[in-house]
Design a protein around this ligand. Structure first.
Ligand SMILES: *Cc1c(COP(=O)(O)O)cnc(C)c1O
Length: 419
């Protein structure tokens, strides 16, 4: 019934035009599973693998690991966290080389950078004790802030945000002051998809004498970040979401050149030391981004980036973002036509300029709906309370896939008697 506004056949026809004119349409076939009818709406939690990666992993095991053995470290692997980091910085983060490194998990890197930033500011001015974070930030971010505040004698300063929005300039201004040490914010909010004005918020933090750490988990690979131009201090993000790095692939850290030498991170391991193989009696931090490493880099975990970053470079992040906007806008349009009459609300910004790569659809029944969809090979994810997240990986999602998936959501939401 709710399809009266937009009949399924019309939506399919519209999708087929959008797919035919999509400048990035050919890239979908590069991903494993593109040919299957499965609808994948969770590329923002775990991106699909590239077909090239399936072959590259086998080659790596046979030739590079199996053939070069320990020599691989000298020949390539020691530099890999830096070379891949620089490439990622260039293609997706607006970061000049020498400021991005691939390291530990997002959680561990966030801990290291946030604590380093807190100690730096608090050390220079003991009155600066507050770490600012929003209540709707991802659990790991909030938990880390609480832990670091406790550990370092600091205090958490919370920002409240609406469920369908995110942190604005006035929200941040109202908590900044002479007690602020560090601010931790997500550029794209994991729940609502709200995209913060990172340049403006960074300037506000600096004007208040604080440092700011950006969580780029839901930005990297989906929206254009301009870390250098926006004056970022520090940033961390996942590689297994829109960067298709694979389950548990290591995160990246960005530290602005001007700050690197003045920061001390808390996990002092041999891989972050000035002379890794000196095996000396005491730790001296390495130059540049090396000091932010701790232990042996997880090389096997970063292999997929060797394939994904050149692809992103070829396509260009601006083209990726343009497709992302078209995909999320199409979802909003279908949600208005098909789901609003069933009581579903769009819990993401309607203005594409402040929306990242996913759309959250809110309804009390969404937990059950998600379970029903998974049984039908339609894979979104669910975030309490009542949020169905439609994640749209720009390079691997088609408009036709969106129509089939949104039609399935509509069916799953209708009471069994309606069908
Ligand atoms: C996905 C995500 C994380 C995940 O951290 P891990 O250490 O990789 O588990 C952290 N923060 C945000 C905002 C995320 O979206």
């Amino acid at each position: 019934m709710s399809r009266d506004l937009l009949p399924l056949a019309d939506a399919r026809a519209e999708a087929s035009t959008l797919d035919a004119t999509d400048a990035l349409r050919e890239h979908r076939a590069l991903f494993v599973g593109a040919e299957s009818p499965l609808v994948y709406f969770d590329g923002n939690s775990l991106g699909r693998p590239l077909r090239a990666t399936a072959d590259a992993l086998g080659t790596f095991v046979r030739d590079e690991w199996g053939g070069r053995l320990i020599r691989g470290w000298d020949e390539r692997w020691m530099d890999e966290p830096f070379t891949l980091g620089d490439r990622l910085g260039t293609v997706a983060l607006g970061a000049a080389p020498g400021q991005t490194v691939i390291g530990d998990s997002t959680t561990v890197l966030l801990y290291k950078l946030l604590r380093a930033a807190f100690d730096h500011v608090h050390g220079a001015d003991p009155a600066r004790v507050e770490i600012v974070v929003d209540r709707d930030n991802f659990p790991t971010d909030r938990f880390l802030v609480e832990g670091i505040a406790r550990e370092r004698g600091g205090r958490v300063r919370w920002i409240d945000v609406p469920r369908d929005g995110g942190v604005t300039a006035s929200d941040l201004s109202s908590v900044l002051g002479a007690s602020t040490a560090v601010v931790l914010l997500s550029h794209v909010a994991y729940r609502s998809g709200h995209m913060a004005d990172a340049a403006a918020l960074t300037t506000l933090a600096h004007d208040a004498g604080a440092l700011i750490v950006w969580d780029l988990c839901h930005s990297a690979g989906a929206v254009a970040v301009q870390a250098d131009a926006w004056g970022f201090d520090l940033a961390v993000g996942c590689t297994y979401k829109y960067l298709n790095g694979g389950p548990g692939s290591p995160a990246f850290a960005y530290v602005a050149t001007a700050l690197q030498e003045s920061l001390t991170q808390p996990i002092q391991g041999w891989m972050g030391a000035a002379d890794v193989f000196a095996m000396g009696p005491t730790y001296a931090p390495g130059a540049g981004m090396r000091r932010f490493l701790s232990g042996t880099p997880p090389i096997t975990g970063m292999l997929a980036l060797r394939d994904m970053l050149p692809l992103l470079e070829e396509v260009g992040i601006d083209a990726v973002r343009a497709k992302s906007v078209a995909l999320t806008s199409f979802v909003v349009r279908l949600a208005d036509a098909w789901l609003a009459p069933l009581g579903v609300e769009v819990a993401s910004p309607r203005d594409a300029a402040v929306r990242g790569g996913h759309v959250t659809l809110s309804h009390a029944a969404m937990r059950d709906v998600t379970a029903r969809l998974w049984e039908r090979d339609v894979i979104p994810d669910y975030r309490d309370p009542g949020g169905l997240r439609i994640g749209l990986s720009p390079l691997s999602t088609s408009f036709a896939e969106i129509v089939e998936g949104m039609a399935a959501v509509t069916d799953a939401l209708r009471a069994p008697g309606d069908r």
